[in-house]
Design a protein around this ligand. Structure first.
Ligand SMILES: NC(=O)c1ccc[n+]([C@@H]2O[C@H](COP(=O)([O-])OP(=O)(O)OC[C@H]3O[C@@H](n4cnc5c(N)ncnc54)[C@H](O)[C@@H]3O)[C@@H](O)[C@H]2O)c1
Length: 280
């Protein structure tokens, strides 16, 4: 992996949702390398199980739909029982979701997008807080997006849901600071993952070609490890005074972006949904 093992989260227990792929998988790997025990939660069973097999005794997989409250409650209870407590909740699962012009979006696609991104983050935050408040300790992290901070950087439902994740982060941080719990969001920009490959190439498996595409202007592409490093910092005691904040980890792309296809509304015709490699 290349990173120095710093021991900054040695012995901590973390849940990473969307942990079977991309940013989540990169973070699960880094957290285990740093001495944490990690529950990988995802809809993708094969990929999730393969990852925890690779990571060994410090990792478990729980099949979870983050939009389902029973699933999320059971996930949090599992981590607390299996590993004794929950120190870090990383609400990272996401989909691009509803795509297309605002005039054409199908509301069932919009609802699913909100459910996975915003309801999923809400549920993860709620149930993590349930077990963290009595211990007066914990860190809640959520993956937002530059699309939740500015217009024209992502599809409408995705951007609205990610803005909701940012609002939720700030609101909950205000409550939980009185309980010794920190709540922060990370906004990654253009990171090589299945989601990006799906969006750019219509092929979630072609990570090599999406890496090339993201490097086309001679730029360094963002990698899951870059986001994992930010999550590691925020999860660690070094970030003890950091809460209620949004961390833009994007290689500068957000403020360098010109008018995009999203801003023109012509990024996808006809309107549809893009979820876990399925475009319909
Ligand atoms: N890659 C980027 O450039 C980028 C930029 C900004 C934000 N993000 C966000 O980063 C997060 C991770 O995305 P990624 O780029 O690693 O993509 P990814 O597709 O590789 O990983 C997303 C994971 O979430 C899982 N997932 C989807 N719906 C789920 C559900 N309902 N319940 C449980 N798991 C579910 C998927 O199965 C997948 O394993 C997402 O929230 C995404 O919106 C990514």
């Amino acid at each position: 992996m290349g990173e120095a093992v710093t021991g900054r989260i040695e012995g901590k227990v973390a849940i990473v949702t969307g942990g079977a792929s991309g940013i989540g998988a990169g973070t699960a790997r880094r957290f285990v390398a740093e001495g944490a025990r990690v529950v990988v939660a995802d809809l993708q069973e094969d990929a999730g199980k393969a990852l925890v097999d690779e990571l060994g005794e410090a990792a478990r997989f729980v099949r979870t739909d983050v939009a389902d409250e029973d699933d999320v409650a059971a996930l949090v209870d599992y981590a607390a029982e299996e590993f004794g407590r929950l120190d870090v909740m990383f609400n990272n699962a996401g989909i691009i979701g509803a795509i297309g012009s605002i005039a054409k979006c199908r509301m069932s696609d919009v609802d699913r997008t909100f459910s996975v991104i915003l309801r999923g983050t809400f549920l993860g935050t709620k149930h993590a807080a349930r077990v963290m408040i009595p211990r007066r300790s914990g860190v809640i992290l959520s993956t937002a997006s530059p699309g939740g901070m500015h217009g024209g950087l992502g599809p409408h439902a995705y951007s609205a849901a990610k803005a909701g994740v940012i609002g939720l982060t700030r609101s909950v941080a205000a409550e939980l600071r009185h309980h010794g719990i920190r709540v922060n969001a990370i906004a990654p920009g253009a990171v090589v993952s299945a989601m990006t490959a799906d969006l750019v190439l219509n092929d979630p498996t072609d990570l090599a070609r999406v890496t090339e595409a993201l490097s086309a202007g001679g730029e360094r592409p963002g990698m899951p490890e870059d986001i994992a490093a930010a999550a590691l910092y925020l999860a660690s005691d070094e970030a003890a005074f950091v809460t209620g904040s949004v961390h833009l980890i994007d290689g500068g792309i957000t403020y360098a972006s010109g008018p995009s296809a999203f801003a023109r509304g012509d990024h996808e015709e006809p309107a549809g949904i893009l979820e876990a490699g399925r475009r319909s």
